[in-house]
Write a protein that binds this ligand. Structure first.
Ligand code: HGY
Ligand code: MN
Ligand code: MN
Length: 406
């Protein structure tokens, strides 16, 4: 099978250029103008292959190449069309354009499949605009509830529902998709295991559990010049003590535990005012559910003690709690068998990033295929993968889809 480098480069540049910012990287947040442009452009691309296309109520895009013998049963691939702010050109996007190229190639070289092949461009996975993740895949399986999002606003105060309806979409009817016999997601590794071990294809067997928090510290805004140090209720000082304490604890816990304080918003964020309030986020992940639960419970207790000692109020909102998920053993073995048969240089590994596949896996036989990330960089405009590695990953996907659908 010959996936052309030139076609991969061209398709990659085309999709990743649809962004709400002109700077480096891609910024395509849920229900933003570029998000709508990308979904509509992908629909045209899928239709150019003769696929039947439809949007569901919330804006997930489904492109279906109808099968010749069992059209009602589907083998799906795909990923999320949204990105982080100034993200890379591959996270999520590879799973969509790579799926398109794999299906295009299978159609050209093997003709129509027996089961239908479906590419899903999921509306949202990152949680970058609103504090809610997997909005796309959770709606596919009836797991998303309107009450989870009706109160949410983005950083500019735009409401979730207004943004959704502004793109012509609305809440779904909760119907669960039940026509998939398998889902295979092609994705960048976003870490450096594959590169370090000089391996081209990752066959994912499990995805880490992850917990995300919004935490608010409330002290007292005051004059930077007249307020002596002993009278201050400085929330940035309290935040700093919390962050150093928790990161030291995370380092002591060792791999594969990871802990990130990715967003810090001091208020009033002014040079000559003691910050009276600070909002910050915490993201903690581990492959073991019990360890993750115990470790984060400890961190919550430690934060409360540090805040109490400083005479500062703390409010802890754990808005995401996803358990670790295993991929389907049979699907993993099929992908491995395909890699061996085609002499692809692969290894089995876990994923340190969350993916739509973790929502599919408990409901559909699911597998993931990784390609290496150069220097392990992701969620950054420098996110990149060698073109020849992208081709190998798309080939591994195409061969796997062929095993399952032809
Ligand atoms: O954060 C993650 O793990 C994923 O990239 N959304
Ligand atoms: Mn991501
Ligand atoms: Mn992703």
């Amino acid at each position: 099978m010959n996936i052309e480098v030139a076609e991969v480069r061209q398709t990659l540049e085309w999709l990743s250029s649809i962004s709400d910012e002109t700077g480096p990287g891609t910024t395509r947040l849920l229900y933003s103008p570029s998000w709508l442009t990308a979904q509509k452009a992908l629909k045209e691309k899928f239709e150019s292959l003769g696929m039947e296309c439809r949007f569901d109520a919330v804006g997930n895009l489904f492109g279906t190449l109808v099968g010749s013998e069992s059209p009602e049963r589907k083998i799906a691939t795909g990923s999320h069309v949204d990105t982080v702010v100034r993200g890379g050109k591959l996270d999520g996007q590879l799973g969509i354009f790579g799926g398109y190229l794999a299906v295009k190639h299978l159609l050209e070289t093997c003709g129509r499949p027996k089961k239908s092949l479906e590419i899903i461009s999921m509306a949202e996975e990152e949680g970058s605009r609103f504090p809610y993740v997997f909005w796309g895949s959770k709606n596919i399986f009836g797991l998303a509830r309107p009450e989870d999002v009706t109160h949410l606003k983005d950083g500019q105060g735009v409401g979730f529902v207004d943004a959704m309806r502004g793109c012509g979409f609305d809440f779904g009817d909760g119907k669960v998709k039940d026509d998939l016999d398998a889902f295979i997601e092609l994705h960048i590794e976003q870490g450096n295991f594959l590169e370090e071990e000089n391996v081209t294809v990752g066959v994912v067997n499990s995805i880490v559990g992850q917990k995300r928090y919004n935490i608010t510290l409330r002290g007292e805004a005051n004059h930077a010049g007249t307020t002596l140090m002993r009278y201050r209720k400085d929330t940035v000082e309290c935040l700093s003590r919390i962050v150093v304490h928790c990161l030291d604890k995370a380092k002591a816990a060792g791999d594969p535990l990871v802990l990130t304080f990715g967003k810090v918003v001091p208020k009033p964020n002014t040079v000559n005012v003691v910050p009276g309030e600070t909002l910050f986020t915490m993201d903690c992940r581990h492959t073991d559910a019990a360890f993750l639960q115990a470790f984060t419970a400890e961190l919550e207790a430690d934060m409360k003690a540090i805040a109490a000692k400083a005479g500062i109020d703390i409010e802890i909102d754990n808005w995401m709690n996803e358990k670790p998920v295993s991929m389907d053993a049979n699907v993993v073995s099929i992908i491995e068998r395909v890699c061996r048969a085609r002499q692809l240089n692969y290894k089995v590994m876990h994923s340190g990033a969350g993916h739509d596949s973790q929502i599919f896996a408990p409901r559909v036989p699911t597998g993931m295929i990784f390609v290496p990330s150069i220097k392990g960089i992701s969620h950054n405009p420098a996110e990149d993968t060698k073109l020849e590695d992208l081709c190998e990953g798309i080939k591994a996907l195409a061969y796997t889809l062929h095993e399952l659908a032809y």
